[in-house]
Design a protein around this ligand. Structure first.
Ligand SMILES: C[S@@+](CC[C@H](N)C(=O)[O-])C[C@H]1O[C@@H](n2cnc3c(N)ncnc32)[C@H](O)[C@@H]1O
Length: 267
């Protein structure tokens, strides 16, 4: 299948204008993020403590990188890459505030998930949250994760789940926007209107802008995920989701209402 990468330029422009999480202040970002995903810090501590070299693909503004580096053993390495230079700028600036207290000092660089700027078999682990479903060719990105992992290395990848309420609603809203666009002869009309109003929510961050503004938004059912990760020697899948209080079952995040697949795959 021919992959249309034409919208990767718009992808970069989108995330440069709307870095994930909106706030550039680290504490505000962290509070917003972990209020939405209270299960995440525990999962990050678990994955970080088990590996000596970790690559994060699509680190955004780097909130998770600080939790990861805090949980790694001294002497390890962490590298975060992101397609958005603006996000990498914020991540680097934020990290300088914490470096002195971290066992592992994070490093960041601009890079493309579909063409990772690292040699084969470089990392013990690769973590990526909410990124690979936003790139033009997710299968290429997954093959790159596989390539840069050492034998026996682990990938921890979060991808949008099909069906799920949140992503289904977003897909529906995107169809509405397409309708408005074709009526008015415009392009991403609702996104542009939201941007004009400076519209982002304290609670939901860039979620609505993302819904209308990102060029690529894939979602996957179980067998599609299994096909995507077929090159790995083993794959386990869990479903994670937002904090709906008691409904989500104790804040651990595993829930049948979840919109993320938590994929753990061993090379
Ligand atoms: C929803 S944000 C997630 C950021 C971060 N992982 C988090 O959870 O806060 C998606 C991120 O993916 C990045 N991204 C999109 N396509 C990418 C690609 N091909 N390579 C690297 N990063 C990419 C964007 O720049 C953006 O920072």
């Amino acid at each position: 299948m021919d992959i249309d990468r034409a919208n990767m330029k718009t992808t970069r422009e989108f995330w440069d204008s709307n870095p994930c999480g909106v706030h550039t202040d680290f504490e505000a970002q962290k509070n917003q993020r972990y209020a939405m995903e209270p299960w995440l810090p525990g999962q990050l501590e678990r994955l970080a403590s088990g590996h000596r070299s970790i690559l994060e693909v699509g680190c955004g503004q780097g909130v998770d990188s600080i939790v990861i580096c805090r949980s790694m053993q001294a002497g390890g390495t962490y590298v975060g890459i992101d397609y958005s230079g603006a996000s990498i700028g914020v991540a680097s600036a934020n990290a300088t505030r914490f470096e002195a207290d971290l066992p592992v000092v994070p490093s960041y660089r601009v890079g493309d998930a579909e063409n990772l700027p690292f040699g084969d078999a470089t990392f013990d682990a690769v973590y990526s949250m909410g990124v690979i479903h936003h790139t033009a060719d997710p299968a290429k990105a997954v093959s790159e994760v596989h390539r840069v992992l050492k034998d026996g290395g682990k990938a921890y990848i979060l991808l949008y789940r099909r069906p799920s309420l949140k992503v289904g609603a977003a897909k529906g809203l995107r169809v509405v926007q397409q309708g408005v666009d074709s009526l008015l002869g415009t392009e991403r009309s609702i996104y542009k209107a939201l941007r004009k109003r400076g519209s982002h929510s304290r609670l939901f961050g860039t979620m609505f802008l993302e819904c209308f503004g990102v060029p690529y938004m894939y979602w996957y059912n179980r067998s599609e995920i299994e096909r995507l990760f077929a090159g790995f020697s083993s794959v386990s899948l869990k479903i994670f989701g937002p904090n709906f209080g008691r409904l989500s079952g104790g804040g651990e995040g595993e829930t049948r209402f979840g919109y993320f697949w938590w994929v753990e795959a061993t090379r």
